[in-house]
Design a protein around this ligand. Sequence first.
Ligand SMILES: Nc1nc2c(ncn2[C@@H]2O[C@H](COP(=O)(O)OP(=O)(O)OP(=O)(O)O)[C@@H](O)[C@H]2O)c(=O)[nH]1
Length: 368
Amino acid sequence: MTRLPDPSQTIADESEEERVSRLLTGLSAMAILFLLGIGAKAWFATHTTHAGALVIFASLVALNMLVFARTGHRQRQKGGMIFIVGLLFGYLIVTGGESNTGPLWFYVFPPLLFYLTDLKTGTAVLLFCCLLAVVVFQFPQLPLVTAEYTTDFKIRFFATLTFESIFCYVLEASRLKARNELMDLARAHAYAAQTDELTGLSNRREMQHRLNAEYSRYQRSGHHFSIVLIDLDLFKHINDDHGHDAGDEVLRKFSELMQAVIRQTDVAARWGGEEFLILLPDTSLLQALTLAERLRFEVANTEFTFAGKRLPITISAGICSIAKAGSVNELLKQADIHLYNAKEDGRNRIAPRVRTTSNGHTPPGARA
Ligand SMILES: Nc1nc2c(ncn2[C@@H]2O[C@H](COP(=O)(O)OP(=O)(O)OP(=O)(O)O)[C@@H](O)[C@H]2O)c(=O)[nH]1
């Protein structure tokens, strides 16, 4: 049965992850430079503890980069970076950094956080950090807290941070929404480009891709494959006698029947008008003939109706194996010749000829 693969989501996720990873590597390199630069400045200002702390943070960022370079584990790179940055901001708020300006670095956090994590995790981490800041601001006498901030600074810090966080949240939510809509659109386009609208089967272009891919596989592995080219008999009469809608309904119903008969690994396509093509991987000519005969038998014995009227539907089919053709074009040409012969021989039959039992099965040892 035809299965529509959906690689677009995976590819998009993968490229987004790669972009995030590259950005993180760039940001990490920048962070190391800043930390070492500000650390050096602190060292020359004889703030040796602060300088030492910044060098430790720079080393942690470098370590995170190194681990990523070795493992290539993107989630761990992200998690590591968020942890180190969170720790750094905690340190800067607790100590005040240089001249109590440390908390200002906190503004870098919301955009980075929302970009690196999903909205829920970003909000949770941000709220936790803000809570920490509130505790430090309100209880300067706590152990390790060495900075004290003015009330004006605290109010302005939280007010501006709240605005920035909400803004970043909304921007990231819109970005994600637009991205998902684009993905849906791309998926719909990809589906339309490879699907026949009336029957939901693969269309001719998609089948051509599948045939070429199967032919390449055959050239590599030597695994044979076969095709069945099917044409609905005297279909013009259905349209002429019962109307175009009746014809469409027959095409739909035949497609469903065909899909029920073939295997999951087989590919059925609408080749054009009232012509269908089935690609049968790993299938010999004899096996393909057996399947085609079963399908012919099923169609001939299925009641097709429209507006309460019974429609006489039969099919003819031409079968060919790649073992009998040197290329995809040759394969299609041979199948077409066999289909023509089946029509010439009176329709409701398959070609090349095969002996069958009354229930439509090929007897063991039957030869095409
Ligand atoms: N309803 C409907 N008819 C279609 C569609 N595509 C092609 N057809 C019709 O299929 C018919 C094919 O007719 P012919 O090529 O003369 O073949 P036939 O009547 O099936 O005769 P044989 O192939 O010789 O058995 C034409 O009348 C087309 O208009 C479609 O999507 N819907």
